[in-house]
Design a protein around this ligand. Structure first.
Ligand code: FE
Length: 172
């Protein structure tokens, strides 16, 4: 099975599940995030990162582990421009809570609940460390699309729409 086929299976199966505490399925949420990235003019690798950011959830990872575990799994096929924003999107939430006034107020109730499990807002030292990491800004961008991609009315493109992009980025 190719990477794209393995990912397609996850979107078709677990992706149809409810996203605990959110008004959309997890697959719709992820496809909305990918679509928002594309609409913002992001480059292909960042569109893929937005689309795939919760792949760890589709593989039944916990709230605190899903970024790391998802990135690790994706690294079979994708480089760091895709995997690092996925890995860091949870940290990016903790970062934005610490550094951006008003950000916390934008979070869904479920995001607030999981924030505590994920370590809460960063300290100033942790935020400075985060900023120095390669792909930190890409992770912040993914995080913002992630927060926005919970609209129950929007029907995002199907997975098949994104498959050629993933095939182009994946090493076989
Ligand atoms: Fe998400």
């Amino acid at each position: 099975m190719t990477g794209v086929e393995a990912i397609a299976e996850l979107f078709a199966g677990p992706g149809a599940r409810d996203y605990l505490g959110e008004p959309v399925t997890i697959g719709s949420h992820m496809r909305q995030a990918g679509h928002l990235a594309e609409a913002a003019g992001a480059e292909g690798s960042l569109v893929a990162a937005a689309l795939l950011h919760d792949i760890g959830h589709l593989r039944n990872e916990t709230d605190s582990r899903h970024g790391d575990a998802g990135a690790q799994w994706l690294s079979q096929w994708f480089g760091t421009a895709v995997t690092e924003p996925v890995r860091l999107h949870v940290a990016a939430k903790r970062y934005l809570c610490a550094t951006e006034p008003g950000y916390f107020g934008l979070l869904s109730a479920e995001s607030v609940r999981t924030l505590a499990l994920q370590g809460g807002p960063m300290t100033a030292g942790q935020a400075a460390e985060f900023e120095a990491m390669p792909f930190a800004q890409d992770a912040v961008a993914v995080r913002r699309w992630d927060d926005e991609a919970k609209d129950p009315v929007i029907t995002p493109p199907e997975f098949a729409y994104f498959a050629p992009l993933l095939a182009r980025l994946a090493r076989s």
